[in-house]
Design a protein around this ligand. Sequence first.
Ligand SMILES: O=P(O)(O)OC[C@H]1O[C@H](OP(=O)(O)OP(=O)(O)O)[C@H](O)[C@@H]1O
Ligand SMILES: O=c1cc[nH]c(=O)[nH]1
Ligand SMILES: [Mg+2]
Length: 213
Amino acid sequence: MRTHVIDHPLVDHKLTTLRDERTDSPTFRRLTDELVTLLAYEATRDVRVEATSITTPVSPTAGVKLATPKPLVVPILRAGLGMLDGMVRLLPTAEVGFLGMVRNEETLEASTYAERLPDDLSGRQCYVLDPMLATGGTLAAAIRFLTDRGADHITAICLLAAPEGCARLEQELADLDVPVTIVTAAMDERLNDKGYIVPGLGDAGDRLYGVVH
Ligand SMILES: O=P(O)(O)OC[C@H]1O[C@H](OP(=O)(O)OP(=O)(O)O)[C@H](O)[C@@H]1O
Ligand SMILES: O=c1cc[nH]c(=O)[nH]1
Ligand SMILES: [Mg+2]
C-alpha cells in the first residue's frame, strides 16, 4: 500500500478552515469540494489512458484519452457523498457506484447498509471517496468489497488519515495483489478513545449534513 500525503500550501490553508469548529455546513461543503479537486489531481496521476489521434486547426497530432473501461468512482455514504462533485469535475466521464457504510460508535465496527455497484469490476480502476480514515475498518471493508468483485487498481481519497487506520489497512489488505494507494490531505497525530481523529475535524458526516442521532 502506498500512502501519499499532499504537501501544498493551498491544501493546508483550506484544511485549516475545514477543521475549525466555527466553520458552518455550507462553508464546510464548499471547502470539501475544493479540496477534493486538488487531491484528485494527484490521485489521478496514474489514471489509465490510451493513445488517440486528433487534428488541430493546424495539423494532425497524437494524444491520449481515458482508457476503457472508464474508472469507477465510489463515494462511501454519507460523508463521501460530499466529495463526489469535486471528483467528477475532474473525471466527468467516470461511472459512479455507491456504498453506504456506517461505523457503530460503541464498537467502532463498520457495517454496510447499501450497495449499488456493477457486479463485475474486472479490469476497473476504482477511486474510493471517504473523508475520514480513522480506525480503517470502513475503508478496509470497502476496498475488500471492490477487489472481491474484480477491481484491479484502488485509490482512496481521504481528507484526513490516522496512523492507526493506515497500519490496519496495511495489515488487513496484506494478501491483496491489487495496488492500493491512499491519497490524503494530512496524516494526523492519532485516534482518541472514541475512535475520532486528533486533531481531526469532528464527525465529517455531521458537519456536512447535520446530526442524525
Ligand atoms: O475508519 P473508521 O473508524 O471506520 O471511520 C471512518 C468512517 O466514519 C465516518 O462515517 P460514519 O460511520 O460516521 O458515517 P456517516 O458518513 O454516515 O456519518 C467516515 O465518513 C468514515 O466512513
Ligand atoms: O474523526 C472521525 C472519525 C470517524 N469519523 C469521522 O467522521 N470523524
Ligand atoms: Mg458520521
